[in-house]
Design a protein around this ligand. Structure first.
Ligand code: 2IT
Length: 445
């Protein structure tokens, strides 16, 4: 059987040369789902896994725009519409110079499983551009967003494909994208999520990924008879996800001692609390993508240039920046320092080797389960838009808590191995089943 799995993966790699992030994401799923897959011949006969690994559609397009100096600039736009078996394509847009087709295929593939885990009716998709928002003026961001949407609008819609934010795409960008869509279509619909509260956004959406990740980690800790009270936590990144997670961790009595950016990391032994949490939003709003100024603002903190935070001694680590930001050596350092839990708030935050080692030695929660709270509240935003009604903070937060518990239950159901829980396996099989059964029901499409 293992030979079959290897030839499956070899064939896939041959068909998608050079797409290394996509291969990594597929490999992690196939390796944990394979035994379950072959034990259900109806899936194999219908080539469900082969079909799941091929996006239903990929759109790539030119995005020309004019900068503040009057020069013409050119970027590439993408939308990977991966799987619509259980609902409209749903997933974020990433604006970052590292964006390639491989990155967006890995994210769209993961999104399909993640969205299935949320229990809400959302298919999987992802999009974005190699555009770098760093150092750009507000006017340049708007010009770019308008040009991007001028092509994208014909491929999306509230019942077809509903994008949202990701790295480099926050409330401001969603606003410009929504404005251009509305103008082109002459329609006010819930075509994007992460919208401002004044024009159809949901309360808690900005906090949702971070809050959800902490709720999920709370369930993981509870399995070990532990809570966040008194725990020390290291976090990477300093964007929306890190901000949401830090706010919730402070509420639960944990102490967050690190954040990071492309320039290095901050260690704050006194904890990132009070106005320091809101300072993260100010740092982000400068559009410079650096964390070093934190140590000037708060002298008790130290800035380590060009380094990652995983060398610091903590009880829990939550990567919250980008893919492959925690490798095998980082994992070893965390384990040696007594860390008991790593929960990925970023997508594929750990390398395959790190994820494997952490699962074996301590508790490891993969991104597609841990960070699903963001897209879950996007799903709740879609529901509210359909009803033309908005829920209170408490109502949304309550639903988010229930969803994160349901995801944890699914991981336990499919991932229990003796005394421990293999959350990678649990999340992958848990996400797979609903999509696979929907695909079977819908025939060869
Ligand atoms: O990775 C993710 O789940 C997101 N960037 C959020 C996607 C969404 O549609 O809210």
């Amino acid at each position: 059987m293992k030979t079959d799995m290897n030839s499956f993966l070899e064939e896939l790699k041959g068909r998608t040369p050079g797409e290394k992030e996509f291969h990594q994401a597929v490999e992690e799923v196939v390796e944990t789902v394979w035994d379950f897959y072959v034990a259900n011949p109806r899936y194999v006969k219908a080539k469900i896994l082969e079909r799941m690994c091929e996006p239903e559609r990929v759109v790539m397009f030119r995005v020309p725009w004019v900068n503040d100096k009057g020069e013409v600039e050119m970027n590439r736009g993408y939308r990977v519409e991966f799987n619509s078996a259980i609902g409209p394509y749903k997933g974020g847009l990433r604006f970052h110079p590292s964006v390639t087709l491989s990155i967006l295929k890995f994210l769209g593939f993961e999104q399909t499983f993640k969205n299935s885990l949320t229990t809400l009716p959302m298919g999987g998709g992802k999009g974005g551009s190699d555009f770098s928002p760093k150092g750009k003026s507000d006017n340049e961001i708007m010009s770019f967003c308008q040009s991007f949407m001028t092509e994208l609008y014909r491929h999306i819609g509230p019942n077809t494909d509903v994008p949202a934010g990701d790295i480099g795409v926050g409330g401001r960008e969603i606003g410009y994208l929504f404005g251009q869509y509305k103008r082109l279509k002459n329609e006010f619909t819930g075509v994007l999520t992460g919208k401002g509260i004044e024009y159809g956004g949901s309360l808690i959406r900005p906090e949702a990924t971070g809050y959800g990740a902490v709720y999920f980690a709370q369930h993981m800790l509870a399995e070990m008879g532990q809570t966040f009270e008194g725990k020390t936590v290291s976090i990477s990144g300093f964007g929306n996800v890190a901000w949401g997670a830090i706010s919730k961790l402070n509420e639960l009595g944990a102490k967050v001692v690190t954040i990071s950016g492309p320039d290095g990391y901050i260690y704050d032994p006194e904890g990132i609390t009070g106005d320091k949490v809101e300072y993260l939003l100010e740092l982000r709003a400068t559009n410079n993508d650096v964390v070093a100024p934190y140590a000037e603002e708060y002298p008790e903190a130290t800035f380590y240039a060009g380094k990652r935070p995983w060398v610091q001694k903590v009880d829990v680590a939550m990567p919250s920046a980008t893919q492959n930001e925690l490798d095998e050596n980082d994992a070893k350092a965390l384990i040696e320092n007594g860390c008991i839990l790593v929960a990925e708030a970023s997508n594929m935050g750990c390398t395959a080797e790190a994820a494997f080692l952490l699962t074996e030695k301590i508790a490891f929660g993969p991104g597609k389960a841990v960070n699903a709270g963001g897209v879950a509240v996007s799903g709740l935003e879609m529901s509210q838009n359909s009803m033309r009604y908005g829920w209170t903070r408490e109502e949304v937060d309550e639903r988010l808590k229930v969803i994160m518990k349901d995801i944890h239950d699914a991981c336990v159901k499919y991932g229990r191995e003796g005394d421990s829980i293999n959350y990678i396996k649990g999340a992958n099989i848990g996400g797979f089943v609903k999509v696979a059964d929907a695909m079977l029901a819908q025939g060869v499409v």
